[in-house]
Design a protein around this ligand. Structure first.
Ligand SMILES: Cc1cc2nc3c(=O)[nH]c(=O)nc-3n(C[C@H](O)[C@H](O)[C@H](O)COP(=O)(O)OP(=O)(O)OC[C@H]3O[C@@H](n4cnc5c(N)ncnc54)[C@H](O)[C@@H]3O)c2cc1C
Length: 401
């Protein structure tokens, strides 16, 4: 008789969760991947390749690859628009999963886009960040205002209530990721007030969709751009003393690809220290030093200028006030704990560390943490942690056989 597969449940379908799910599935385990949003891939799938022209190892393509492979892996069942409500027992766990009833059914959606044509502009139907997202469309919210008859395949399930299912899992990997720092908290930078003050995340999304860094006000390529580093990181007053480990790298890579495509654009980086993370980064930084202006100072105030430009103010070397106007300002927002992990810590019994991230150590054997749910890290580190958590889970399942 064929041996019954062991089951594992992965919570969160970003870089870490996809990596964990694939490693488990390839180890012969049936995996339920529970993803809260309508699309898997987490933040990483929202970033574009930053090659300029050579690969700068930003990791964006590796998330694309994971998403494609997870979608094709028969041992992975992706449960989108779903959340974990309860984790009971002690391996095997009994996990209660609540799925939104109003959603687009992956088994029926053929990606024709009729729903998006009708409701996309109103923001009622969303398009996935990647063509590897299955389904490629999702309902925004509970689908109110969307007529299911718009879909010729009857793939739009209506109904606001949830469907509840209990799943038996021999191991659970928590990979629920992070929240980008909310730049509005640093109100003097004028986010939401000045049109050309934006965040690293918005720039990443624009690059992904349009292939360029563009001024939000008019869609033009900026002729001068400033990055302010450590926005929401290494800030004791905010209670965020940690380095986010990704902002230096993403800001420099974005600046480099902008400069490569538009050599006349002036790039200025305001920083405290450049954090060298990953292989080859120091050499890359040295290259950037030739192309950009680095100012070791963090401006505190931003003022509006003509033509939607912004004026930054900082203290010069001898303490005098220095001012300069830029076409566009990018706030390099960092990684903060996902607020949802507080509830998840209660549900799973996992503890939070002093910074509010989940601790890997669990009193319940069979429960693992991977990726930025446990603290700041880049895509490569999150993928590695997902794989590591899965290998530990596989080992435990083998021992229990
Ligand atoms: C602006 C910015 C730019 C960056 N650029 C780069 C870069 O160029 N290169 C790089 O290597 N790194 C970059 N990073 C870091 C990168 O985003 C992270 O390393 C990576 O996304 C971490 O993956 P993750 O799986 O841990 O978390 P996430 O990407 O946050 O994925 C977590 C997933 O879990 C889901 N989830 C959350 N809560 C629940 C729940 N309760 N139930 C079910 N699912 C849930 C989320 O919807 C999400 O899909 C950047 C970060 C920022 C802020």
């Amino acid at each position: 008789m064929k041996e019954k597969l062991k089951n594992a449940l992965v919570i969160g379908g970003g870089s870490a969760g996809l990596s964990a799910a694939l490693t488990l599935a390839r180890g012969g385990v049936a995996v339920d991947l529970v993803e809260k949003s309508g699309f898997a891939g987490g933040y990483g799938i929202q970033y574009g390749c930053k090659a300029s022209p050579d690969c700068v190892m930003c990791g964006a393509c590796s998330v694309e690859k994971l998403l494609k492979e997870a979608g094709e892996e028969p041992n992975i069942r992706m449960r989108l628009s779903s959340e974990v409500a309860k984790v009971e027992g002690a391996g095997p766990f009994s996990v209660t999963v609540a799925a939104r009833k109003a959603r687009i059914l992956p088994e029926k959606c053929n990606g024709c886009g009729k729903c998006y044509e009708r409701y996309g502009a109103a923001g009622l139907i969303l398009r996935g960040p990647s063509h590897n997202n299955r389904p490629f469309y999702a309902l925004a919210g509970n689908g109110e205002g969307v007529d299911p008859a718009v879909c010729p395949e009857a793939a739009i399930a209506a109904g606001a209530s949830e469907s509840i299912e209990k799943i038996a899992a021999d191991a659970v990997v928590v990979a629920t990721g992070f929240a980008p720092f909310d730049a509005a908290i640093k109100s003097t930078y004028g986010i939401g007030k000045f049109r050309n003050v934006t965040t690293g995340l918005e720039v990443e999304r624009t690059r992904r969709q349009k292939g360029e860094v563009l001024r939000p006000s008019d869609g033009a390529v900026p002729s001068s751009i400033a990055f302010i580093q450590c926005v929401g990181s290494r800030d004791e007053r905010l209670g965020n003393p940690w380095c986010s480990q990704v902002c230096c790298a993403y800001a420099l890579r974005i600046g480099k690809s902008l400069k490569f495509r538009n050599p006349d654009t002036q790039v200025t980086v305001f920083y405290m220290d450049i954090q060298s993370v990953g292989k080859g980064f120091s050499a890359f930084y040295e290259e950037c030093r030739k192309d950009f202006r680095f100012i070791r100072n963090i401006p505190v105030d931003v003022f509006p200028e003509e033509n939607d430009r912004v004026r930054l103010m900082w203290a010069g070397e001898d303490g005098q006030r220095v001012e300069e106007a830029f076409d566009m300002l990018v706030l390099s927002v960092g990684i903060t704990p996902n607020p949802g992990t507080v509830e998840l810590a209660k549900i799973t019994g996992l503890a939070l560390n002093a910074d509010g991230f989940l601790t890997a150590a669990s009193e319940r054997p069979g429960l693992f943490v991977a990726g930025t749910a446990g603290g700041p890290g880049n895509i490569a580190a999150s993928i590695a942690e997902g794989g590591r958590a899965a290998l530990e889970a596989l080992k435990l399942m083998k021992e229990k056989k």
